[in-house]
Design a protein around this ligand. Structure first.
Ligand code: APR
Ligand code: PHB
Length: 391
């Protein structure tokens, strides 16, 4: 098998890249190790920056998002039983975010790809990227029980944190920057209208809680839990009780309960692999970097990477200049590190480490009160949350 761009992974990064390349008349093949149902059901965050919305729309993948996505003009910070709303458009000159689940983005892109794009192979596991540093990189993969080779001009590793693409960068050239956190998120989906019309991020002495949503009738809620927690060990009633405690306010706000339809635990980590390119192998999305979900940046970063790659390849074809492709890693990493910084700030602002000294609690409250009291501090949060423009 032969193609121009071999794409490993059909998460949001790989699927959007295939779409962008198709629109530019550039051939690609997508290899995905899991089956279609699995990819379409995986629960992930669902906050799209304006830049992400614009890219999906321009790529012709925005029809359902425009119909069903919910525009959000702010978030609420909750701490010490107080509530503080951050008004995005007022602070940023008009920016907002859109609530539209990542699973829905993936469904839309898969449907488009199967209808009019290049090959998208499910149950096709990449085994290794070979000769990344040559003119003819290859992906060895297994599909329907047989081993095969995909010969490419370029390979883009969109295969997530556990993928194989990153391993093709020689150890001596790789640098990894990492931080793990001693807690995770227990996430539930519940068939109940969200109890607030915007997301609520709560800091509590018992730990962080988040109220989010998937639609006007489905709530998405999270609790900070100790690292390694088994989701099955939490009874639904105990989850609601704990959410009640952590989200409680001094006014008459109430949390509505409903049937829990899904429950899982997400670990938290910050991770960056540098460089994001080796020869003709490019890493994009979670294959190159992970952010803790507190800032909801994972999907938006993945979109930034593949847009940068697609534009650079189009530029090369139009002008003969590889300058932008050569700058891929540096260009992406500037944006990546801003998102890493923001996600780290949000995580340490709102979570309670198990052994945190009382000093840390007071500092967290002081940081939150500073955001509530200072337009400058609040603007910093609003700008980062709604997203920085693509370069
Ligand atoms: N061969 C083929 N496919 C693979 C392989 C492999 N060896 N290893 C992993 N994959 C697939 C996974 O099954 C998955 O579908 O690669 C895909 C990677 O997708 P994601 O993990 O969704 O990563 P990405 O597309 O970069 O999207 C980033 O995901 O984790 C969230 O918060 C993050 O929203 C962000 C988004
Ligand atoms: C979600 O709705 O899943 C979600 C929202 C905001 C976050 C993380 C996850 O910061």
């Amino acid at each position: 098998m032969r193609t121009t761009v071999g794409i490993i992974g059909a998460g949001p990064a790989g699927l959007l890249l295939a779409r962008l390349l198709h629109n530019a008349g550039i051939g690609s093949v997508v290899l995905e190790s899991r089956d279609r149902a699995y990819v379409e059901q995986r629960q992930r965050a669902g906050i799209l920056e304006q830049g992400t919305v614009d890219v999906l729309r321009a790529a012709g993948a925005g029809e359902r998002m425009d119909r069903e996505g919910l525009r959000h003009d702010g978030i609420e910070l909750r701490f010490a039983r107080e509530r503080h709303r951050v008004d995005f458009p007022a602070l940023t000159g008009g920016s907002s975010v859109t609530v539209y689940a990542q699973t829905e983005v993936c469904k839309d892109l898969i449907a488009l790809q199967l209808k009019e794009g290049g090959p998208l192979l499910f149950d096709a596991e990449a085994l290794a990227v070979e000769d990344a540093d040559s003119e003819h990189p290859r992906v060895r993969f297994r599909h329907e029980g047989r081993e095969d080779v995909l010969e490419c001009d370029y390979v883009v590793g969109c295969d997530g944190f556990w993928g194989v693409a990153r391993k093709a960068v020689p150890a001596g050239l790789s640098r990894v920057f990492e931080r793990t956190y001693p807690f995770g998120w227990l996430g539930v989906l519940a068939d109940v209208p969200p109890s607030h019309d915007e997301l609520v991020y709560a800091r509590h002495d018992r730990g962080f809680a988040l109220l989010s949503m998937r639609s006007p009738t489905v709530s998405r809620l999270y609790l900070q839990v100790p690292e390694g927690t088994d989701a099955g060990s939490w009874r639904d009633e105990d989850i609601w009780d704990e959410l009640d405690r952590r989200l409680e306010t001094d006014d008459d706000w109430r949390l509505e309960r409903g049937p829990v339809t899904a429950k899982s635990v997400t670990p938290m980590r910050s991770f960056v692999h540098e460089p994001m390119r080796h020869g003709r192998l490019f890493l994009a999305g979670d294959a190159a970097h992970i952010v803790p979900p507190t800032g909801a940046k994972g999907l938006n970063l993945a979109v930034g990477d593949v847009v940068t790659f697609a534009r650079a390849l189009v530029h090369l074809r139009a002008t003969g200049s590889a300058e932008r492709l050569d700058a891929y890693s540096e260009t992406c990493l500037r944006r990546v590190w801003q998102a890493e910084r923001f996600s780290y700030d949000m995580t340490t602002l709102l979570h309670r480490a198990p052994d945190a000294p009382p000093f840390e609690d007071r500092i967290q409250l002081a940081r939150l009160r500073r955001i509530a009291a200072s337009r400058a501090a609040e603007t910093d949060l609003a700008e980062a949350y709604t997203g920085f423009p693509f370069e």
